[in-house]
Design a protein around this ligand. Sequence first.
Ligand SMILES: [Zn+2]
Length: 245
Amino acid sequence: MRQRLSSEPDRYRGRRRVPTPPRSRYAAVVTSAFVGAGVVALGSATQMPDVKAPNPEVLKNLQEAAVAQDALADRATDPGDRASRGDDRSADAAAPTQEELEQEAWVLPLEDYTFSAPYGMRFGVLHEGIDLAAPEGTPFKAIHGGTVKQAGYNGGYGYSVTVELEDGTQMIYGHARRVLVRTGDTIKAGQILGEVGSTGHSFGTHLHVGVYVAGAPTDPVPYLRSHGVDIKLKIESVYGSLAAS
Ligand SMILES: [Zn+2]
């Protein structure tokens, strides 16, 4: 994996990992790129909120502000202003390669599913993940890239795949009919890991997705939302279409 300059990732996250309204994926990319350009221009003049977990209101305000800012900038004749915008745009064009976009991608694990069980206490036991019901044999994909730490039969999880992300977070995909990767594999977001099944301790065919941050079970819904994937609304990160292509 390529190491980035320390200043880069936050710029990418702030500008690109923005949940967008559920139109089409392509519309999402265009909208986000546009908002992104505006946000760069805004950054120098205004205090930026933390956009790692933006809410729709903040996004709407940002978008409106970005539109206004872009309109102003386009009319600006000050060469200094032009130059700084030009710098931002050339950096934008040069920075993210296809490979980088794929590494940054966060996508939904299934094309379609029914959210069937939340994270939390169930029958006096912590359900350490979420359940997404889907037909037997449906391919499921890596939400984010990383290294396969476990692939195969795994007790109550049946056939499962555990992927460790670059930051050490682990994601488990459980109850598969079969798995299609091996321990030690490096995988990308959107890569097919296996097929949905009902192996192990499972009622009905579904994909169990568990997230462990620093070893601790974590509710995947807010965790994934903070990375641009909304499980409930079925919205992917703006990188989704790029990773899948
Ligand atoms: Zn489960």
